[in-house]
Write a protein that binds this ligand. Structure first.
Ligand code: SF4
Length: 313
C-alpha cells in the first residue's frame, strides 16, 4: 500500500472545480426551495506529505513522502499501522502549527452565513477564476431573477449567462449550472441536498462529482462551506500552490490529492476548522505566497518552508 510511487492524479474532466475560485461563505438569499516538528525544523524530512488514496472505508491507504536531498522519496516507516499513524501525526502537527501561525498573522478570517448545499453548489461553479465579490454578486442576481432552482434549471442558457455576465466564462458556467441543476432536479426534485450530510464522505463527494462541471474543489466546497459543514478540505489554486511550496504535497500533485491529504491528516478537525484553514492558506497565497513573487521574507511560515529557506537562505 505504501509503496505507491506518486500521488494518485486522476485524469481530469472539464470541471469548474479544477479551476481557481474562492469558496462561497458570504451570505445571500436563495430560492425558496433551497432554504431548507519543525518541531523538526532544519531537518530535510520536514517536507513530507501524506497522500491518502480514497477517504474512509476499507480501501483507505496512505503514502508518505518527504524531500531528501532535493528528491522526493518514500518515507521509511514500519508496520502499516505505524506507517499511517506516524505519517498522519507528522502532517497533523504541521497543519496545526501553520494554522496557528496564520491566525496570528492575519487574524481569524470571517466566514459569514452559510448557504444551502444547492446554493453553495451553484455559487461554487460560478466562482472559478472569479473574485469572490463578483461571483457573489452574480449569485445574488441569479437568486433575485428566479424564484426557485427549478426555474433556473428550465431557463435558457443565454438568459442565465446574461444574469451572471460579470463572472468569467459566463456562458460556460451558465451551461454547467443549468446542467447540474437539471441533474439534481431529476434525482432530488425538491433540490434538497441535505441527504449528503449522512453519506460517507467519499460517497458524498462522488455523488457531487457526477454532476456536470463539478470537480473536487466544487464538491468539497459544497460539503464544507454550506450548511452541511462537513469536515473536508477545500483546496483551491492558492492553497495548492502554498501546500506545494511548503512541501506538504508532492510537486505536481493536484487539488484532489491535496484535499485528500489535508482531510486525512486532520480526522478530528470540524468542518469549520477545515474552512478556516482553507481561507487562511488562500489569504497567504493571495497576499504573500503569490504565484509570481512570493515574499518569503515576511511569510509567517518561512521557517517551515523549504522553498522559503532556499530563497531567503
Ligand atoms: S516561505 Fe515563501 S514559498 Fe514558503 S509559503 Fe511562505 S511565501 Fe510561500
Amino acid at each position: 500500500m505504501l509503496s505507491s510511487p506518486a500521488p494518485r492524479v486522476r485524469p481530469s474532466k472539464k470541471v469548474m472545480g479544477s479551476k481557481p475560485g474562492a469558496p462561497a461563505v458570504t451570505g445571500g438569499g436563495e430560492p425558496a426551495q433551497a432554504a431548507s516538528a519543525s518541531a523538526r525544523r532544519g531537518v530535510a524530512a520536514r517536507s513530507m506529505a501524506v497522500l491518502p488514496i480514497g477517504l474512509g472505508g476499507p480501501h483507505s491507504m496512505a503514502a508518505a513522502w518527504r524531500v531528501t536531498g532535493g528528491r522526493w522519496r518514500t518515507f521509511p516507516l514500519r508496520s502499516k499501522a505505524d506507517r499511517m499513524q506516524g505519517a498522519f501525526d507528522f502532517a497533523a502537527a504541521d497543519l496545526r502549527r501553520w494554522r496557528d501561525a496564520l491566525v496570528r498573522a492575519f487574524g481569524p478570517p470571517p466566514t459569514g452565513p452559510r448557504r444551502s448545499p444547492v446554493g453553495q453548489l451553484v455559487k461554487s461553479i460560478l466562482s472559478a477564476r472569479t473574485r469572490d465579490a463578483v461571483s457573489g454578486a452574480a449569485f445574488d442576481a441569479l437568486v433575485a431573477r428566479y424564484p426557485d432552482w427549478r426555474r433556473v434549471a428550465d431557463a435558457p442558457v443565454g438568459e442565465i449567462a446574461a444574469t451572471v455576465a460579470e463572472v468569467t466564462f459566463a456562458e460556460d458556467k451558465a451551461a454547467y449550472v443549468r446542467a447540474a441543476l437539471r441533474r439534481v432536479g431529476r434525482e432530488r426534485p425538491d433540490f434538497d441536498l441535505d441527504f449528503l450530510r449522512e453519506l460517507p464522505l467519499a460517497d458524498a463527494l462522488a455523488w457531487l462529482e457526477r454532476l456536470p462541471g463539478v470537480g473536487r474543489k466544487v464538491a468539497a466546497t459544497t460539503l464544507n462551506a454550506s450548511t452541511l459543514d462537513r469536515p473536508v478540505a477545500i483546496v483551491d489554486t492558492h492553497d495548492l500552490r502554498v501546500l506545494g511550496r511548503l512541501g506538504f504535497v508532492r510537486p505536481g500533485a493536484d487539488a484532489r490529492a491535496a484535499s485528500e491529504a489535508v482531510t486525512a491528516a486532520m480526522p478530528n478537525w470540524s468542518g469549520e476548522e477545515f474552512l478556516l484553514f482553507h481561507l487562511l492558506l488562500k489569504r497567504l497565497g493571495q497576499v504573500i505566497c503569490r504565484w509570481d513573487t512570493p515574499e518569503c521574507g515576511r511569510c509567517p511560515l518561512r521557517e517551515d518552508c523549504p522553498t522559503g529557506r532556499a530563497v531567503t537562505g
